[in-house]
Design a protein around this ligand. Structure first.
Ligand code: GLY
Length: 402
């Protein structure tokens, strides 16, 4: 708890009737004014422990809801997980949650579950049809390797990097996110970690250059002067020229989709860690400053930073908050900013007190995420999401390591 104490010296003049209206009495009062809570208090260690215990419990309970070879993605109106196959962009997050659950608790059942659901993604190492192979394999096999050192995971991660690298286009200097036209989304910054890792762990050294080139192009074409971001950039695959900038999940082409901004903060912070390039640190800071200056009081953003006033679909996206939280914890370890510290504290307090799902009957850990607020299906507007849970667990782990 940070409490600011101000000592104030008040001097005031009063007229006194008792002294025949002629004497001015100087009254000097020394007052101590304590103004408390000028900045958000740190989450109390016991609150963090309660949140962790609750998260572990929810992960153990998920064994009743998630059958083998199926992967949770978001909750629907019944408050239960909607399940997908291993091919979904989100499939790596559930094994990733289980790995973090195991790391935070040492629980053997969670380790078994993590191994089982990681193994279920084995074939995905060969995915070349979209960029999400990074999310899928690095958050499952990659995290499992970091935690256990299981050597058999290494080749899977290296193969996944090879698959991702097939989507790099020399003319554009980027990895193609989606098919059809050559489209790159800001989310793709997250997949670069797989390439950096592979280039340092026996993979092709060109992976490093691809990741750097992609990050540089993203600074050029996705990030606006004020630190906000475009969601999607279309390139000409022959000339590398920018054809169009637009949104897919944000409010409008020129608005800033909150989760995209969070992917960028996290992604450029990671790129700085992997390269030491100060331009990536500056970009992460610029994006973080935009994000922070557009937050509401509880530090959990609305799904887009440019929603019109009184807009009907005014949902929060707590998954953007968990991604940004985890990214800001790392970013703050490089820049040591009291502003970032306050936002980290406020975000944690809001998530732990208002967004965490306490009911055992409901799936997931963090509620009120907006998967796709523009979608006609209301199930996509306001729910738990598996990536929101993943980055919350990562933030608990990162704050643990502090
Ligand atoms: N990467 C897809 C999303 O954030 O919804």
């Amino acid at each position: 708890m940070k409490v600011s104490i101000y000592l104030t010296n008040f001097g005031c003049f009063m007229k006194s009737d008792l002294l025949n209206n002629s004497i001015k009495i100087l009254v000097i009062n020394f007052l101590i004014i304590i103004i408390s809570c000028s900045s958000p208090s740190e989450p109390q260690p016991q609150d963090i422990e309660i949140a962790k215990a609750l998260a572990i419990k929810k992960l153990l309970l998920s064994s009743f809801d998630v059958p083998e070879n199926q992967y949770p993605i978001f909750t629907n109106s019944t408050k239960k997980w909607v399940l997908t196959t291993s091919t979904s962009w989100t499939s790596g997050f559930y094994p990733g949650c289980l790995w973090y659950g195991y790391k935070l608790s040492g629980n053997a059942q969670l380790k078994n579950m993590a191994e089982q659901f990681t193994q279920g993604l084995f074939e995905e190492q060969y995915t070349t049809s979209h960029h999400d192979v990074g999310f899928m394999i690095f958050n499952s096999y990659g995290l499992g390797y970091k935690i256990t050192g299981n050597e058999s995971y290494k080749n899977v991660i290296l193969q996944a990097a090879k698959s991702l690298s097939t989507r790099f286009n020399e003319n554009v200097g980027c990895i193609q996110s989606w098919n059809g036209e050559f489209q790159v989304i800001i989310d793709n910054m997250m997949n670069l970690e797989l390439l950096f890792w592979a280039s340092k762990n026996g993979g092709d050294s060109t992976y490093y250059k691809m990741a750097v080139s992609h990050a540089n192009k993203t600074i050029q074409n996705h990030i606006r002067e004020d630190g906000s971001s475009f969601h999607v950039v279309h390139y000409d695959p022959e000339t590398g020229d920018v054809m169009r900038k637009r949104t897919a999940q944000g409010y409008s082409d020129n608005s800033t989709w909150a989760r995209g901004q969070a992917w960028g903060i996290y992604g450029f912070t990671m790129c700085y860690r992997e390269t030491g390039n100060i331009e990536y640190l500056n970009t992460a800071v610029k994006m973080a400053d935009y994000y922070i200056s557009h937050l509401p009081e509880d530090s959990i953003p609305y799904w887009d930073f440019n929603l019109p006033e009184n807009y009907e679909r005014d949902f929060k996206d707590a998954s953007a908050a968990t991604i940004a939280l985890s990214g800001l914890i790392e970013l703050n370890s490089y820049v040591n900013s009291s502003t970032y510290e306050n936002v980290i504290n406020n975000t944690f307090n809001s998530l732990i007190n208002y967004y965490i799902i306490t009911e055992s009957s409901k799936s997931g850990i963090i509620d009120h995420c907006a998967y796709h607020a523009n979608d006609p299906n209301p199930d996509y507007w306001d729910s738990a999401t598996i990536w929101g849970d993943y980055y919350f667990l990562e933030a608990l782990d990162r704050i643990n390591a502090d």
